[in-house]
Design a protein around this ligand. Structure first.
Ligand SMILES: [Zn+2]
Length: 88
């Protein structure tokens, strides 16, 4: 009889560990949601170095009623100094 109790406890512990491993709760879930949000975000092309950057991280410049997105302010300056063509 004692052996059955030990096996039962071992099974419950294994189940709990597996559940914890497969379905981590709390903060981890929140982080996962954030990652999904970022990865599902629109990417915009930097017209200077042609790198794709997420909209929220891009350096925005409004020109001629259009918004241009750069990976950094440096790229915008380079683009502007080169007299880069602003698409319209
Ligand atoms: Zn760039």
């Amino acid at each position: 009889m004692f052996r059955f109790i030990v096996i039962g406890i071992a099974l419950i512990l294994a189940y709990l560990l597996l559940k914890k491993f497969l379905f981590p709760s709390g903060r981890l879930d929140g982080r996962r949601r954030d990652e999904r949000k970022i990865s599902g975000e629109d990417l915009v092309e930097d017209p200077c170095c042609h790198t794709y950057v997420p909209v929220s991280e891009a350096f925005r410049v409004k020109a001629g009623g259009k918004t241009l997105y750069f990976c950094s302010e440096e790229c915008y300056k380079k683009f502007r100094d080169k007299g880069g063509h602003i698409p319209d």
